[in-house]
Design a protein around this ligand. Structure first.
Ligand code: 4HQ
Length: 255
């Protein structure tokens, strides 16, 4: 899989991609990232990429020419690609869209704006607008990295030992369960006995229950289409929580 990033801060992209899972995947050659500095596609002495907004107001707007020139340069290879604009106005990114990109696309071109954004006419040269969430970033670079990171992880061979954890369909659709490692006790906090018991059936059941607990607390919207088995565990969990609430010993509940 290939990614192309258009940005005025190429080092920001390159720095992140040197490390960890993605760094290894790039070194192995199972993914490739090419970063293009928009200032290399300016035509004036000062390598200017922005200007004042028509209609007035605070801040600067990125001009379209550097993007247009960079895209024309990149597209001259004639290879089909999906051009993505990172912006809060876009379709909300998710693991589903990461999978969609991995499955459907061989090359993703990611356009990163800065300042107040890019001249609206960039849309004529973009296939899709994507947002990574409802907050305002200072630039599209972090959003582009989120997409690269989450898509590269899906490529076979990108994950080594972590594969089992990732492809564990067991917890699919729920938030994760709690993880522990040594020491057994830290500052009076013990690892739950069940994880030391060696009883793998009980451990699996405990993890499912704690995954459901996390999901119920922070993402109840994800609790739908439960299997009969999961529903049974959820009901158990709910009655335990109700009991604690009636005893007045449960922590405050959301909402
Ligand atoms: N941006 N998801 C770039 C974002 C954003 C987001 C704000 C994009 C600033 C210039 N991008 N502009 N949220 O906040 O993708």
């Amino acid at each position: 899989m290939k990614f192309e990033v258009l940005t005025i801060f190429p080092e920001v992209i390159e720095c992140y991609l040197k490390h960890g899972v993605v760094g290894r995947a790039l070194n192995k050659g199972i993914a490739e990232v090419k970063v293009y500095n928009l200032r290399d596609f300016t035509t004036d002495r000062h390598r200017k990429v922005d200007d004042y907004p028509y209609g007035g107001g605070a801040g600067m707007v990125m001009q379209i020419e550097p993007f247009y020139n960079a895209l024309r340069h990149i597209k001259s290879d004639g290879i089909p690609r999906k051009v993505i604009l990172l912006s809060p106005q876009g379709r909300r990114f998710s693991q589903r869209i990461a999978k969609e990109f991995y499955k459907e696309e061989k090359t993703l071109t990611l356009i990163c704006g800065r300042y107040e954004g890019i001249d609206e006419r960039i849309k004529a040269f973009v296939d899709e607008e994507i947002s990574i969430g409802d907050y305002v970033l200072s630039g599209g670079e972090l959003a582009a990295l989120v997409i690269i990171d989450s898509v590269v992880r899906l490529i076979p061979g990108a994950l080594g030992d972590e594969l089992s954890a990732e492809e564990d369909s067991f917890m699919k659709g729920f938030l994760d369960y709690p993880h522990y490692t040594r020491p057994e006790e830290f500052e009076g906090m013990r690892v739950p006995d069940i994880l030391l018991s060696g009883d793998h059936k009980k451990i699996a059941l405990w993890r499912k229950k704690e995954a459901l607990r996390n999901t119920l607390k922070n993402r109840p919207d994800l609790l739908k289409n439960l299997s009969a088995e999961d529903m049974k565990i959820l009901k158990e969990l709910c009655s335990e929580i109700n009991k604690k609430i009636l005893e007045g010993v449960h922590e405050p509940v959301n909402n």
